[in-house]
Design a protein. Structure first.
Length: 434
């Protein structure tokens, strides 16, 4: 985006000043440029060191290394303690338990960050590449070998960044487009020819006795550079280069990618068919993550019915008990959800074994007569849902969900109110309806 490009340019200018500007200020006089330990020697050493060391520092991921102190605190005893607090859930009558639950959730988030690698700072990586290019460009008239140093530095950074992006770093929260690369390329096109002409005139003039010769060459190169920068679009040079016999055919890509291309940059949570509570329980063979053009991947009604019982039971259990999906840490450790009593692991079979919750205010039978519900209200079918346990087997007591009437139907009370309303209802029944 424009904001990220602006940040990148500011970082680039700062890096150029710190790398080349300071050395140029120290060796400002022309007689100090070619002496031993002068400008040429110093700038070559600085650029060679920074271009080789900077990608290595990014490869080390020092932030992840420093978080090892936090990771060591996740012992088996700490894991059992967190699971116990999360499985116990909130108790509206005990402020201490509520505070313990908040602290446990905060600790879980802290451990997730401690076990996760760092995210790639694309703005800084672009700024580092731009700094390498321009520093070598500025001093190339003094030392032409800096062109080779810049090429080696940019290639080295490219391979390190590619390895980290594909093998180590976290998936970016927001996929990065090619806009910053295109803006950087345009900036280089507009500034490089004129900047090279200017630095050639500045650094070569002291070495020539005839200053007018250098000036005339500078003006000619400045005019040619201006024509290249402002009169010739990038598309022209691209077509001229790609049309050469050795480069094959030209493939024109659209600026806006379609879904089939963009889906490879998105995580599962960003895709509706892998995040919706019914679709995500379908197997990969019936609900593939990556879709292909011309191949239908629509889920069939029979497949959805098979997983509807499990999905509905899990969804209702999350709504009544405030559960969350199990949190898997790096290395295989897993935090259980709030509803997993006494267990540090959550599996799909556990969710499948949970009973469908009873709903107060939406079911018929004796509860409707006891609670004074209207018998004419539509009732939920009593037949078991596909995937739910056999009605003949012994089941643990089902949770209840208290609801209230709204304009479009019924809505459940908040999670922290369910236990209180149930307690009052049981007291009402025990008192004989008084």
């Amino acid at each position: 985006t424009d904001e990220e490009f602006s940040q990148m340019m500011k970082m680039t200018i700062g890096m150029i000043v710190n790398t080349a500007g300071v050395v140029q200020f120290i060796y400002a006089r022309p007689e100090e440029w070619y002496i031993s330990d002068g400008l040429v020697t110093s700038i070559f050493t600085i650029l060679l060191a920074t271009e080789l060391i900077s990608p290595c520092i990014a490869w080390l991921d020092l932030g992840y290394k420093f978080r090892c102190l936090k990771r060591r605190k996740l012992t088996d005893e700490k894991l059992a303690s967190l699971n116990e607090v999360l499985a116990r859930g909130p108790n509206v009558k005990d402020p201490q338990q509520i505070q313990e639950l908040k602290e446990a959730k905060r600790d879980v988030e802290a451990f997730k960050q401690a076990f996760a690698p760092s995210r790639m700072n694309c703005t800084r990586r672009y700024a580092n590449a731009m700094k390498t290019f321009f520093c070598c460009l500025f001093f190339m008239p003094l030392m032409p070998m800096l062109a080779l140093v810049g090429l080696i530095g940019i290639c080295w950074q490219y391979w390190v960044d590619k390895y980290l992006l594909l093998r180590w770093h976290q998936r970016p929260i927001r996929p990065v487009s090619a806009d910053m690369a295109n803006l950087s390329l345009r900036f280089i096109k507009y500034t490089t020819p004129c900047a090279l002409s200017l630095t050639s005139w500045v650094y070569l003039s002291p070495s020539f006795q005839d200053k007018t010769l250098v000036l005339s060459n500078f003006l000619m190169s400045l005019a040619i550079g201006g024509i290249f920068s402002f009169a010739c679009p990038l598309s022209l040079w691209m077509h001229l280069w790609l049309s050469l016999p050795c480069n094959g055919t030209i493939v024109t890509a659209e600026h806006e990618e379609d879904y089939y291309q963009a889906q490879h940059m998105w995580s599962k949570e960003m895709k509706y068919h892998k995040d919706q509570f019914i679709y995500k329980n379908l197997p990969e063979a019936k609900n593939p993550e990556m879709l292909s053009p011309g191949v239908t991947s629509a889920a069939k009604a029979e497949d959805m019915k098979e997983s509807y019982g499990v999905s509905a039971a899990k969804m209702a259990d999350d709504a009544t008990a405030g559960t969350a999906d199990a949190i898997r840490m790096k290395g295989g450790r897993m935090f259980a959800g709030d509803a997993d009593a006494g267990s540090a692991f959550t599996t799909a079979s556990t969710a499948a074994a949970m009973p469908a919750p009873a709903t107060i205010g939406a079911t018929g039978g004796d509860d409707a007569a006891t609670t004074g519900e209207d018998p004419e209200r539509p009732l939920i079918a009593s037949a078991p849902l596909p995937g739910s346990p056999d009605p003949g087997t012994a089941l643990p007591p089902a949770r209840t969900t208290w609801e209230f009437e709204v304009s479009h139907g019924y809505s459940a009370f908040h999670t922290d109110c369910q236990a209180y309303i149930e307690e009052k209802y049981q007291a009402y029944k025990a008192s004989g309806g008084r």
